[in-house]
Design a protein around this ligand. Structure first.
Ligand SMILES: [Zn+2]
Length: 310
């Protein structure tokens, strides 16, 4: 069984407490895409019915003339998605980053108080501002990649529509499926692709927040180290308890492996130098991480361990 030993008290709640923020951003990104897609679709219907009667759609689309005009509209919509996503991601990354800093400051101060060390509050400087910008830019690059794929997929569908003589309704449905279909694998390329877009937008939303939180925490611990306070980082995973098993009279709690992946399970409780990497082996592969996330749905965090003065 892949259940690790009950080493210490597990964190059973999301240690970052950022779930609502992650879901909010996910929802915003999805709505942004949905509204762009519905604009694209209504434009398509208009154009297709104005310029081509259903039976003429094939011939006209085949000339690629109406296709180019349509792609201009697609580009305009996707550029708007990019602009909106940029603002959203930056806002959520900044919030999560500052929260990570503040929580790290609280954690460190509690320990420093016990060690009779002077407390240090979290600072927000240009350096931190730049860290936020860097992270937001990386995520925006992912959004751009999604949009590029979406553009290509729409174009491909339209060409295929013309080649194979799909009806306007059929074509409209395929384009709509590009984004809105749930994760079902169907034989039409476009549908499989659609599931990927939604999944990728979700992954961006989730990793943005978790990563920004972890980076904010790490940067705060780093600033303590810059002041000569030695801090180690501990990986804390969210581990769900699903029940108990009885061994004699003693009940043992069993950690669920259902929602925590094997990588995060093995990382849980590992301690590293602040500059070091967390390293683990799971399913025969070796993984290294500076901070969470270990994967898109990761709900892990780092917690500082104040060691003392240098
Ligand atoms: Zn994780």
């Amino acid at each position: 069984m892949g259940v690790p030993k009950f080493r210490r008290k597990y964190q059973t709640e999301d240690p970052t407490k950022t779930k609502s923020k992650r879901l909010e951003l996910e929802d915003f990104l999805e709505r942004t895409y949905k509204s762009a897609i519905s604009q694209i679709l209504s434009y398509f219907s208009q154009q297709a019915t104005q310029e081509n009667s259903a039976k003429k759609w094939r011939e006209n689309a085949a000339t690629l003339k109406s296709l180019e005009g349509f792609m201009l509209m697609v580009n305009k919509q996707l550029n708007e998605v990019e602009a909106k996503a940029e603002r959203l991601i930056k806002r959520y990354v900044a919030t999560a980053y500052k929260k990570g800093q503040d929580e790290a400051s609280k954690t460190a101060n509690e320990q420093m108080k016990q060690k009779n060390m002077p407390m240090v509050s979290a600072m927000f400087t240009l350096k931190h501002q730049q860290a936020i910008q860097r992270m937001a830019n990386l995520k925006l690059k992912d959004i751009k990649a999604i949009n590029e794929d979406l553009r290509n997929a729409i174009r491909k569908s339209l060409v295929k529509s013309a080649d194979e003589g799909w009806s306007i309704d059929q074509t409209r449905k395929v384009i709509s499926d590009l984004l809105t279909k749930d994760q079902k694998v169907k034989k039409v390329d476009a549908v499989v692709f659609g599931a990927r877009i939604r999944g990728r937008a979700q992954a961006i939303a989730r990793t943005s927040v978790i990563q920004a939180y972890a980076q904010g925490a790490k940067d705060h611990y780093q600033s303590l180290e810059d002041d000569g306070i030695i801090v180690r980082k501990e990986w804390v995973a969210t581990v769900h308890m699903t029940g108990t098993t009885s061994t004699g009279s003693k009940a043992r709690r069993v950690a669920s492996i259902g929602r925590t992946c094997s990588v995060c399970h093995t990382l849980d409780g590992k301690v590293s130098d602040l500059d070091g990497k967390f390293r683990t082996t799971a399913d025969g592969k070796t993984y290294t991480y500076d901070t969470p996330p270990a994967h898109p749905n990761c709900r892990c965090a780092i917690v500082g361990k104040v060691v003392g003065f240098e």
